[in-house]
Design a protein around this ligand. Structure first.
Ligand code: FAD
Length: 439
């Protein structure tokens, strides 16, 4: 499909409507599971995590069946901001306070490996997903700038990561032309991509490697035992191992599994809009460096330009679980606060999805049994980390769980109360952080 044409692909209707779905590369449709299958590993969930695990396992000669409730990339993997961030949603020093110094350093190194893995897969499998490098975290106030200066120092001096630099004052406009910014951190090692096309490309790579992918095949029940069984409406898969990769969209699988996993994550709504295309010169003036941008607020605004010169603007969080459906106009208002000169641009697409957050905003890896693995709770940092999560679950099955267990040692506490109780307290906390962002 010609880039920038925004031609609706034949299958768009089956993904939530978004600019990504409208510009999806042509892709195969994978059949629904019908009947019984036997394999080495059954993977539940066809986002980046599940696809990555399946691809890696198939490369090692394992027979893999992947079951996806909708279409591959239907979940957060096909709707996200497309920002490839460095590290985790916590500073390395905060992570070092939770685990040993050695583990903190290994986690940092694996965060870097996650970005390298993504880069490598895009190149190896020729995935056409508009991958670009360069990232900017924008400071809106002196406190942000001080914190970003500390981050630059920490990354460079303690972790040997030299891709970051601080920008201040008038130099900021050469990166992004927004008068509200007083500076920020440029990270040449982070970047952006078309998230759905990346997911669709991973699926093709996995299928080529021998993975049997079944779409429209929600797993209603996972029977845990020597040979886990994933049961769908029209079939079942018996395997030696199971991987659960449903993240924010995970459905109840077994009572125990649901409780153990679901109590540690909270699905949170976040939203995006895509404007109509602007003139190429206007786009070049807006973000002259072409980077993806996120501001340093707690409730962040994140944005970038599409290859056809649209503003893809994301932000807002919704803890209530109730989607009022008005996020398009709200986000547009937020965008115009920073870029009033975009007022003439219509919004062509508005969509949203769920991010799974954990209490400490670090991913949770674990086992429901010796042969049942899961990884979830990427807390808005999943574009790169999910690929690594899948690869580490595969590694735990094919060779050693040593690196998987470094992640599994990150301590995670359940959210207090059920959904009814945890939601009001999160809403209150968020109101506080919003207020703090504004002060
Ligand atoms: C609007 C938005 C913006 C975001 N922006 C960014 C960003 O810019 N950068 C970043 O790093 N992260 C971002 N994220 C987060 C990121 O997208 C996720 O961390 C990541 O995609 C998670 O991938 P996943 O494979 O674990 O889960 P998903 O992609 O959600 O895939 C899970 C899949 O499992 C399937 N599933 C669940 N239960 C079952 C079952 N029982 N049977 C069969 N299938 C099942 C679901 O249908 C779904 O397709 C954003 C998320 C959203 C929603």
């Amino acid at each position: 499909m010609a880039r920038g044409s925004a031609v609706l692909s034949e299958r768009t209707a089956q993904f939530p409507s978004s600019w990504y779905a409208a510009t999806a590369n042509p892709h195969p449709r994978y059949p629904e599971l019908d009947g019984s299958k036997d394999c080495d590993v059954v993977v539940v969930g066809g986002g980046y995590t599940g696809l990555s695990a399946a691809l890696e396992l198939a490369r090692h000669g394992f027979r893999v069946v992947l079951l996806e409730a909708h279409r591959v990339g239907w979940g957060a993997s096909g709707r996200n901001g497309g920002h490839i961030a460095t590290g985790f949603n916590q500073s390395p020093s905060s992570i070092a306070a939770l685990v040993s110094e050695g583990d903190a350093r290994r986690l940092w190194a694996m965060g870097e490996e996650a970005k390298a893995l993504l880069r490598d897969r895009v190149a190896t499998h020729g995935i056409d997903c508009d991958l670009r490098w360069g990232y900017f975290t924008a400071a809106l106030k002196p406190r942000h700038l001080r914190e970003l200066a500390e981050t630059v120092e920490e990354y460079r001096d303690r972790y040997g990561y030299s891709s970051v630099r601080l920008v201040e004052g008038a130099d900021t406009a050469a990166v992004v032309d927004c008068p509200a910014y007083i500076g920020g951190m440029v990270d040449a090692g982070a970047g952006q991509l078309h998230p759905l096309n990346y997911a669709l490309g991973l699926a093709v790579a996995a299928a080529d490697a021998g993975v049997a992918i079944h779409e429209m095949s929600p797993v209603d029940r996972l029977e845990i035992g020597d040979r886990p069984v994933a049961v769908t409406a029209r079939g079942e898969v018996r395997a030696r191992y199971a991987i659960i990769a449903g993240n924010a969209y995970v459905r109840p699988l077994t009572h125990g599994a649901w409780q153990t996993m679901r109590s540690r994550i909270m699905p949170v709504g976040t939203y995006m809009i895509a404007t109509e295309p602007m003139a190429p010169q206007q786009a070049a003036g807006l973000i002259p460096s072409g980077v993806a941008v996120a501001d340093a607020n707690f409730v962040i605004n994140y944005y970038r330009l599409s290859h056809d010169h649209r503003m893809l603007f994301g932000g807002g969080v919704n803890y209530s679980g109730v989607d009022r459906g008005d996020h398009g106009p709200l986000l547009r208002r937020t965008m115009l606060r920073y870029f009033p000169h975009l007022a003439d641009l219509a919004v062509d697409f508005a969509w949203g999805g769920n991010v799974a957050i954990t209490r400490n905003r670090l991913p949770q890896f674990g086992r429901l049994a010796g042969n049942v693995f899961f990884a979830q709770g990427f807390s808005g940092h999943g574009v790169a980390l999910t690929g690594l999560a899948g690869a580490l679950m595969a590694e735990a099955i094919t060779t050693t769980a040593e690196r998987f267990d470094i992640f599994a040692r990150l301590p995670h506490r359940p959210f207090p109360g059920g959904r009814a109780l945890r939601t009001p307290s999160l809403v209150l906390a968020m109101l506080w952080y919003r207020l703090r962002d504004r002060l």
